[in-house]
Design a protein. Structure first.
Length: 270
């Protein structure tokens, strides 16, 4: 099992990434959204809480199925981007908040569902799950979500992406992770939920195929904490040019398998 430590990430980890995050991060697959909604037959009168909401990639698709939504993120510009995205789509039932998810205060027993997407590793997991149980109504659902590309070391363009990232950041094995690491992470999420008293804890995976261009690969990397323009500093444009040059050797489009997953746990009814 992956040993958990409270990471205590700084508030400005994703500063400057909101626009590229909203544009280049992959949306959650429709099948995953449908799976979440199937947990409750009628949630149209209920509250959804989305923790670490970012620019609303999960909040906004789920919001029409709930009467009201509370979404919180540590980054003010992420919340502002989320507001802009929601306004453009005519979604009006979301209350946006800036702050640490560990400090979000909500009335006990009021939420039908609490979600946290691709950020569980960045928060105090014990505290977030304990707060979640208090906020959920009996039978409510806590959901941890994530998504990652499926790395194939025999695919030359994927190897080239990893090599260019390492060249400019010094980091190895990013942006890709192994299937073993994914399995360990899922197991850790399940263990944390079970330890906090959630019932019927289970995980599901959903696969999709995505086609990238050199521009969208660079855009995606600019949306990450380790390869953002802020992290790269004066090297950002040189990094982008180097990535485009290396990828041009392999074509103009690049197909990649992605795996999205969710771990769900139910708040006990009694």
């Amino acid at each position: 099992m992956v040993e958990y430590q409270n990471p205590n990430y700084p508030a400005d980890t994703f500063t400057g990434t909101a626009g590229t995050y909203a544009r280049f991060r992959l949306p959650y697959p429709p099948q995953l959204i449908e799976h979440l909604l199937a947990q409750h037959r009628d949630v149209r009168r209920d509250l959804l809480i989305d923790l670490a909401c970012g620019p609303g990639r999960l909040t906004i698709p789920l919001a029409p199925f709930f009467s009201r939504v509370t979404a919180v993120d540590l980054e003010p510009e992420m919340v502002e981007e989320a507001r802009r995205q929601a306004h453009g789509l005519g979604v009006t039932n979301i209350t946006w908040r800036v702050g640490r998810v560990e400090e979000l205060e909500t009335p006990s027993g009021t939420a039908a569902m609490i979600t946290i997407g691709e950020a569980f590793h960045r928060v105090d997991q014990k505290r977030v799950l304990e707060n979640g149980r208090r906020s959920l109504r009996p039978g409510g659902t806590f959901v941890i979500l994530g998504g990652t590309s499926v790395f194939d070391p025999t695919v030359p363009w994927q190897r080239a992406v990893a090599d260019v990232v390492q060249k400019w950041t010094g980091l190895q094995n990013v942006p890709y992770v192994s299937q073993e690491f994914i399995a360990e992470t899922v197991k850790q999420c399940e263990d944390q939920m079970n330890d906090r008293g959630f019932k019927e804890v289970a995980s599901r995976q959903f696969s999709m195929r995505h086609t990238w261009t050199a521009e969208s690969i660079v855009g995606y990397l600019f949306s990450t904490s380790f390869c953002s323009r802020r992290a790269l500093g004066a090297n950002a444009d040189a990094f982008a040019a180097d990535m485009a040059d290396n990828l041009s050797k392999f074509g103009r489009q690049f197909e990649e398998d992605w795996s999205f997953g969710c771990t769900l746990g139910q708040n006990p009814r009694t």
